[in-house]
Design a protein around this ligand. Structure first.
Ligand SMILES: Nc1ncnc2c1ncn2[C@@H]1O[C@H](COP(=O)(O)OP(=O)(O)OP(=O)(O)O)[C@@H](O)[C@H]1O
Ligand SMILES: [Mg+2]
Length: 266
């Protein structure tokens, strides 16, 4: 375990297996993530990264194993408990998922809807303290001047920063990010990774993020987890890891060859 600020366990997944029909998407995966830790999941396309993220917030029920997030047993949660859990777990997507015709401020305010009893239409219908909070989060991501701008007039990098501000408005304990920089140019990708890293440290927010860029993972993560064919094949602090250490994750394993090799060694 890497040394992180505070050692509270936020995510504890034990022996998680997830099947979709005949596809074994996750194969006996266990992991622990601590408060204020930034963990990056790496692996080839189809290795199970998104599935693992979705098992953490209960979007996918696990086939076997246990998942505990912030003290809630996700695998046993009722629909009410799952709703409460998802209010505490922010999700950042590759394609930002902002409402394009709404202003940046309104998009950020949407992150606070879970705290209100009734739906709201327009920034002015939110309590004043929530509007101030949303502006603070826009300022946090460097976009306070864009509060009134329609979200669909922003660049991709700016939209992702608004999406992060919306997630912060949720006041989450855990932030899951599925390829948050996959649609961005290298400069904006660095800006967004830096932002995620800073909120992780400064807000003591736990971040689990999937990436395809090894260098970004080595540059920003506290810890790297590698998945291959649904199995966890790497789980190490980023400090001291080299690119070569990580590239092993990407070796394709032909299941027939692996089986034949195991028969030969028996
Ligand atoms: N809803 C689903 N129904 C059926 N199979 C699925 C579903 N979601 C994922 N899978 C399968 O589970 C495996 C893992 O998929 P997953 O999306 O988790 O991979 P990934 O590592 O996120 O890939 P990528 O890097 O392309 O996003 C794949 O074989 C995929 O086809
Ligand atoms: Mg994915």
């Amino acid at each position: 375990m890497s040394a992180v600020a505070g050692d509270d366990l936020v995510v504890l997944a034990s022996n998680v297996t997830k099947r979709f029909g005949n596809t074994l998407a996750l194969d006996d995966v266990s992991l622990e993530v601590y408060r204020s830790e930034m963990v990056v999941l790496l692996g080839l396309s189809g290795s199970g990264k998104s599935t693992l993220l979705r098992c953490l917030n209960g979007l996918h029920p696990v086939s076997s194993g246990t998942v505990e997030v912030g003290g809630t047993r996700v695998d046993q949660a009722s629909s009410t408990e799952l709703r409460a859990l998802r209010r505490n777990v922010g999700f950042v997507f590759q394609h930002f998922n902002l409402v394009g015709r709404l202003s940046c401020l309104e998009n950020v305010l949407i992150g606070g809807l879970g705290r209100l009893k009734l739906p709201r239409y327009g920034a002015l219908t939110y309590p004043k303290r929530m509007r101030a909070e949303a502006i603070k989060h826009l300022d946090r991501v460097g976009l306070a001047d864009f509060a009134e701008r329609r979200a669909d007039t922003l660049s991709g990098g700016q939209q992702q920063r608004v999406a992060i501000a919306r997630t912060l408005m949720q006041q989450p304990g855990l932030l899951l990010a599925d390829e948050p920089v996959a649609s961005l140019d290298p400069e904006n990708a660095g800006v967004v990774m830096d932002l995620l890293f800073r909120v992780c440290i400064e807000e003591k927010l736990t971040v689990v993020c999937t990436l395809h860029q090894v260098d970004l993972a080595l540059g920003w993560a506290h810890r790297l987890i590698g998945l291959r064919n649904g199995q966890k094949v790497l789980d190490r602090p980023a400090v001291g890891l080299t690119r070569d250490d990580v590239m092993g994750i990407y070796q394709r394993v032909d299941p027939a060859a692996a089986e034949s090799a195991s028969r030969t060694t028996l």
